[in-house]
Design a protein around this ligand. Structure first.
Ligand SMILES: [Zn+2]
Length: 304
């Protein structure tokens, strides 16, 4: 049974009218997966919040305290993209805890999926692009500090470059950052990841999947990570509100089958987060994010 991580705080955040972040998508996705029989209630695990002690392993102490206490400057809050609230703090701490839990579960079960996460625009001392603290780098750091892995690879397939992950991993030899992203998308300044694969605007399924296949099969053989943390952002979809690529829903499934399949074949535990995905239509968005769960079911449930 594939473990799934979810907390009710993920969609419990009041945003100003016309805010473009689809905050309800987490609850909608959970419902969508259950209604279609793609997952069952018994698979769900509810995470504990991370502590400030954990977060300062990778983030600046003053930034962490200012966020937790609600004393960030208006400029810092604007850059973050969410208005500060107690609910934002609760959601942030639980969703970081969710990715950490997901990584631990993946180490025990081979695979685990988080119905949130992917805060790759969070830097050491500031947040940006709806990302407060970097769940991927924190989970990687904790797995290594706990002696459960020596090398972690973050495979970021969200349409946006993982700039926060890149800067946080710059001085970590044991956390390898890989980002496949559309070159024309946010962020405009892209600090180097360990491996960056910039993709041209308008790239379709075949171009995307060929590039991913070559990149990932090479990097898995070269780096031999003990764990893969996979950001399965669906903002590479052709109808995504923010992304500039032209990948179809079928292409999303093939991408997820490829990444999960390569990890499984190489016997590397994989923890996936759903990452970005932007649409005003919750059903369309759920369908796109559900491809990750369909892929995992095909690889782990049907042949076992
Ligand atoms: Zn994104």
């Amino acid at each position: 049974m594939i473990p799934l991580v979810y907390h009710t705080s993920y969609s419990r955040l009041v945003l100003p009218p016309k805010h473009q972040f689809p905050i309800t998508k987490y609850a909608h996705l959970r419902q969508y997966l259950l209604e279609r029989g793609l997952v069952s209630e018994s698979q769900f695990v509810s995470p504990e919040p991370v502590t400030a002690t954990d977060i300062i392993l990778i983030h600046d102490n003053d930034y962490v305290n200012a966020f937790l206490q609600g004393t960030l400057s208006p400029a810092a809050i604007r850059r973050l993209g969410f208005p500060w609230s107690d609910d934002l703090v609760i959601r942030t701490l639980h969703s970081l805890g969710g990715t950490v839990r997901c990584a631990r579960l993946a180490l025990n079960h081979g695979v685990a999926l988080h119905l949130a996460g992917g805060y790759h625009h969070a830097h050491r001392d500031f947040g940006s692009g709806y990302c407060v603290f970097n769940d991927l780098v924190l989970a990687a750091r904790l797995m290594i500090n706990e002696g459960r892995a020596e090398k972690v690879m973050i495979v970021d397939c969200d349409v946006h470059q993982g700039d926060g992950t890149a800067t946080l991993c710059a001085d970590m030899d044991d956390v390898i950052s890989v980002s496949l992203h559309c070159d024309a998308n946010f962020p405009s300044r892209k600090p180097p990841s360990d491996y960056d694969v910039p993709l041209a605007r308008g790239l379709d399924d075949k171009g995307y999947l060929d590039t991913l296949c070559q990149t990932l099969s090479y990097l898995i053989r070269l780096e031999k990570p003990d764990v893969i943390l996979y950001d399965a952002g669906v903002d590479i979809h052709r109808d995504d509100k923010l992304g500039y690529l032209e990948v179809s829903t079928r292409g999303l499934l093939e991408r997820d089958l490829m990444v999960l399949g390569m990890a499984k074949k190489a016997d590397i535990p994989l923890a996936a987060v759903i990452g970005g995905g932007y649409s005003a239509n919750p059903l369309h968005l759920s369908e796109r994010h559900s491809q990750l769960f369909i892929a995992a079911n095909r690889l782990w449930e049907q042949n076992n």
